[in-house]
Design a protein around this ligand. Sequence first.
Ligand code: ATP
Ligand code: MG
Length: 480
Amino acid sequence: MARPRRPRGLRARLTLWIAAILILAVAASFFAIYSGTGQQLRNQLDRDLETQAGAFSATLPGGDEGHGELAEIINRYVNNQPFRASSQLLFARLPDGRIVTNEPELLGLPGALDPERESAGAQQAENTDARTLRAAPLGFTTVQAADLGGLRVFVKQVVRHGHVVARVGVGEPLAPVTRAQHGVARTFLLAGLFALIAAALAGYVLASRVSSPLRRMAGTAAAVDAGDLSHRIGDTGSSEEIRVLAEAFDHMLDRLDDAFARQRAFVSDASHELRTPLTILRGQLEVLARQKDVTRDDVQRVTRLVSAETERMERLVDDLLLLAKTEEGSPLTRRTIELRDYMHDVFDAVSLTADRDFELGAVSDVSIEADPDRLAQVIHNLAQNSVAHTAEGGLVRLSAAANGRYVRFAVEDDGPGIPPDQRDRIFDRFHRTDISRARTTGGSGLGLAIARALVEAHGGRIRAGESPEGGARLEFDLPR
Ligand SMILES: Nc1ncnc2c1ncn2[C@@H]1O[C@H](COP(=O)(O)OP(=O)(O)OP(=O)(O)O)[C@@H](O)[C@H]1O
Ligand SMILES: [Mg+2]
């Protein structure tokens, strides 16, 4: 058997919740007002009855009149107060059993009943009602009368000079109270129904407004899932929280888009860089294969070329792997480095690489926490660039000066320098300035990208500037 599906949408649920809460609130206030009104009206009625009974008993004389005279006085009083459904019933019962009332029919007095008008059943019912009424005890009672419905009765004893003169009773029908209660109920139900419809509509509209940006977000997420990163949620025009969420979502998409674009550029650049040596290799091998008489010299020439290109490819692949690992956040092996000794060792190693005027500038006598191999690699990369951009005998200067909370490493040369508009872009992968491309130094443009990734992994920053000699100055700060 299929279970009924529960509404899942935010709109439907919010509307239902609002309606349910309102129904509860209306029902509770209805109950309170309905029973409160009834109670208040009944209390008012009882107070009226007591006052009326007081006034009635006050008219009774206290002398030694005979029962006949007393009945006559009461009769005059009660007949001046005709009983209608909305006013009082008055009756008095004298000690001799005589009953005087303004409603003889109600009390079943002889002569009051009209046998021709009423059916036997009705007469019997009225007789029973009359008996109950006549036997009403002292104080308040509610009696059921056939035609009138509920009748509230108050009976009180009139005592004069220690003798019971009479029992007087006043009664009032409860129908007006019930009518008033029903009136309140009708008005309340009508107003409640109206409020319920209005609240449900308002809830629906509100929920639609809240959920529409969420639906848009879901749509955007689905588009992104399908591979389209160009979608954005944009201005939702709704509440603060939703706007913040939409902005965060768009920001995330911007970054994803950017990351994917960079990834694509990286892959295409990398394959382009690898294709060049591969093309050279294939060309050389094809030439060799087509040759009829291959001499030993030919083989040696091709072998030299092939191994040079293979070496280049190996370097490139190593660089790419290192870059990928560093950017992924591969852990560093930090150790305490005594800067002075360390920089002397690095300087010795660097100065053996080329025939340049290597110089060791200021080096502070401090210690820092860093990965010695990675740090040496950064300095080597920078020094290699300086070597590549200077002629024989050119200046290459290293320094490492402590400055407050960080150590500033610098590599300077007296080469052509880096044009200011290129100083940011040289750190991008495969980026080489036009001069470098023209000179075909053999570099692939990964050295500075690797240097930046390693410096940032250490929590530092790297930038390019100009040396005092007008050449390039590459400096980076590492926190101590
Ligand atoms: N000291 C320098 N003087 C002048 N230009 C420089 C200097 N250092 C870097 N550059 C410029 O920045 C570019 C990027 O340098 P990077 O070290 O990233 O690549 P590369 O040296 O060309 O190749 P690789 O280091 O991968 O062998 C260089 O091609 C060059 O144009
Ligand atoms: Mg380089």
